[in-house]
Design a protein. Structure first.
Length: 151
């Protein structure tokens, strides 16, 4: 019987993709997934913080759509103003409302007026991730999307 340490073996294929050999598994090979930035809403302004609401962050529906963030999708919040960082999930706010409201325990980590970055990530194989172009949505002080520039 194999012990846990000998069950997995890291290998590198010709395209520098890491993989695990898993004896007894169908196909016997799994490609390693990496985590890449999928999208972010940059410099959004907190409009509310509701401590006693069930967790999440409420985000203007227009911004969610522009950033390709789905309702209940995990998001990372980075508070530019105070340096706090936390993970929650997105819920939809009214379109064109400019709402950015942290709910539940995360409300202790922000104040109305704080600037934050809302990031979503995706896991994919190395080659696909190297081709990924994250969506970056810049917003003004009222949380309205600024015109996008082409890279």
């Amino acid at each position: 019987m194999l012990d846990e340490r000998s069950r997995f073996e890291a290998t590198r294929s010709d395209d520098s993709t890491f993989a695990c050999l898993v004896p007894g598994e169908p196909l016997g090979l799994r490609l390693m997934q990496r985590t890449f930035l999928k999208s972010k809403i940059h410099r959004a302004t907190i409009t509310e913080a509701l401590l006693h609401y069930e967790g999440s962050i409420t985000v203007d529906r227009v911004l969610l759509e522009l950033a390709d963030i789905l309702v209940h999708e995990q998001v990372h919040i980075y508070n530019i103003t105070n340096g706090e960082r936390f993970i929650t999930y997105a819920i939809e706010g009214p379109p064109n409302s400019g709402v950015i409201c942290v709910n539940g325990a995360g409300a202790r980590l922000v104040q109305p007026g704080d600037l934050i970055i809302i990031c979503s990530y995706v896991q994919m194989e190395t080659a696909a991730g190297q081709e990924l172009k994250p969506k970056v949505i810049l917003v003004d002080r009222e949380n309205r999307a600024l015109p996008q520039t082409q890279d």
